[in-house]
Every structure is written in C-alpha cells, then in structure tokens.
Design a protein around this ligand. Sequence first.
Ligand SMILES: [Zn+2]
Length: 71
Amino acid sequence: MSRDYVDDLRWGWRCPRCDADATVTKDPRTETFLWECPEESCSAIGFGFSSRRKARIALREYRERYNEIYR
Ligand SMILES: [Zn+2]
C-alpha cells in the first residue's frame, strides 16, 4: 500500500462501538474537533483534536483499542 490510510477518504467515520455513522464537528468555543456517536444508547465520543485528520486517527485508534479488549 503506497497511500497513507489517513488520507483515504473511503475510510469512513464509523463509531468504534456500534458502527453507526459518527458525526464530526468543530467546537467553536475551543476551536477543536470532536467526533460523536449519534446513538443514544452508545454515546461514544472523542474530543479535543486539532484537526479533522487527528480526530479521524483517534477514531481509528479507539476502534483498535476497543477491538483488542472485547474481541
Ligand atoms: Zn456508537
């Protein structure tokens, strides 16, 4: 693979816990990005990222950690 996975737009924003489409927004108060699961029963969230790219990396790492623990 020659491409950095982070720059591959086909890699989606999926909640690590329930696979719902996570939403990514910028918090205007702190000027940071956050991702959030839309499912009320799940409510996974990550915040404080300086860029969408960083939020995306964190989302991926969250998924990897989650899979390691619960697989
Ligand atoms: Zn979720």
